[in-house]
Ligand binder design. Structure first.
Ligand SMILES: Cc1ncc(COP(=O)(O)O)c(C=O)c1O
Length: 409
């Protein structure tokens, strides 16, 4: 028995028809071209509320990691409810400012900020830059001098902790390109102690994404706490700590999900007595579960020893399966007779063998024009879409109860 609400609380079967919020997905399939990204506004609101409520002592500033999904509607939904934004490029910064995000709630992260991007961010008086290297810090200092402005800095520390997530989204091991060795932190604080332009106010950390276990978070947070205590003991003022993002979500029946309460509990336990502003930068957790892709079967195909279902969504819409071997839950929009089951590889139409969503999926027999849904596509879906094979880009719509909100993205 599939518990579809585990993927999205606003996804449910009623009389064998799949509903999203209060709309039958069959109707959306008639009204719109597929593939179609659909987002549940209620699910985004729910995710944010659940995260807020999980904290009992610390009240973190939640800076949504815009890289997860840069759709304007998402920025509006989250910032209206008090969130800041974590940006990693001038494009993301400009988009946030244009929508009206408070510049004092914008954090600029990223390992390869250009000097032009740094200068713009400083001129826009953003909250802080999270710096990834000594070389970057030197460059920021020269830019500040040149334009006679100051900026708050958090040093992104690489704690050399394995997040035990997918190799390609692990960022906190010493061999990863991110962050500054924790061995250099003290020397940098000392060097910049009296600098007129660059004010080092704290540390930041981000050990990876789609983290399903609490232990790596605990180890990394404990390490950074010790670092802060040492800095304070040596007389340095540390007023800010950015703990990054990384909380994993449910993609399929096999993956574990992290209990958000235990994540918040360790932050409460470790940092509530340190007199720090705590920032977190969740991306996937806030929006991942909110999105689905509605897709249509183009045709089925009998191979030599297996059957395929070729759908109209492909790796140009959702690259996660091809890039990370990710398996997203797939559901039929209309549930049919469960006695007539078949085993299929569900594949996209793109001319790449890696354009496969699921291998060996057991489902009732499918035919051309049947609609299916790919779950958990709200994060790192549309924002990673490509023009590969020059197909028409998929539209994005937002749904709240029965209302459809069209999106220009
Ligand atoms: C610096 C930083 N912060 C936050 C995030 C958001 O991560 P997630 O979407 O896993 O919460 C990322 C993404 O990897 C990141 O690089």
């Amino acid at each position: 028995m599939i518990k579809v609400s585990e993927y999205n609380k606003f996804l449910s079967y009623k009389k064998n028809k799949l509903f999203f919020e209060d709309l039958p997905l069959i109707n959306l399939g008639e009204k719109f071209n597929t593939p179609l990204f659909c987002y549940s506004v209620s699910q985004i609101e729910h995710n944010l509320e659940e995260l807020h409520n999980a904290f009992k002592k610390v009240k973190p500033l939640i800076c949504y990691a815009l890289k997860a999904n840069f759709n304007s509607n998402i920025i509006k939904i989250l910032t209206k409810r008090g969130c800041g934004i974590d940006v990693v490029s001038n494009g993301e910064l400009q988009k946030s400012l244009k929508i009206g995000v408070d510049n004092k709630k914008i954090v600029f992260s990223g390992v390869g900020k250009t000097s032009k991007e740094i200068e713009i961010a400083i001129k826009k008086n953003i909250k802080q830059i999270n710096v990834e290297s000594i070389e970057e810090l030197d460059e920021i200092t020269s830019i500040c001098k040149k334009i006679n402005k100051t900026i708050n800095i958090c040093l992104r520390v690489n704690p050399d902790i394995n997040a035990q997530t997918h190799e390609k989204i692990s960022t906190g091991r010493s061999e990863d390109k991110f962050g500054i060795s924790d061995k250099r932190v003290f020397e940098i604080f000392k060097k910049y102690q009296t600098n007129k332009f660059v004010k080092i106010i704290g540390l930041s950390i981000h050990i990876g994404s789609q983290i399903e276990l609490i232990e790596p978070f605990y180890k990394a947070f404990k390490k950074i706490k010790l670092q802060i205590l040492k800095l304070k003991k040596k007389g340095f003022k540390v007023s800010s700590l950015d703990l990054g993002g990384g909380v994993g979500i449910k993609y399929n029946d096999k993956n574990k999900i992290l209990d958000i309460k235990s994540y918040a509990r360790i932050i409460d336990e470790l940092f509530s007595d340190l007199d720090l502003e705590i920032i977190i930068e969740p991306g996937r957790y806030l929006v991942g579960s909110s999105g689905i892709i509605l897709s249509r079967v183009i045709r089925t195909k009998s191979g030599n020893n297996k059957d395929f279902v070729i759908i109209d969504a492909g790796m140009d819409n959702l690259i996660r399966p091809a890039l990370y071997g990710a398996e997203h839950k797939i559901l039929p929009v209309k549930k049919k007779n469960q006695t007539n089951l078949n085993v299929y590889d569900i594949v996209g139409p793109i001319c790449e063998s890696s354009d496969v969503f699921i291998k060996k999926m057991k489902i009732h027999r499918l035919k051309a024009e049947d609609l299916i849904v790919i779950c958990s596509t709200g994060a790192y879906g549309s924002c990673m879409a490509s023009k590969y094979n020059l197909r028409e880009p998929a539209k994005e719509i937002f749904i709240k109860k029965k209302k459809i909100i069209l999106s220009d993205n």
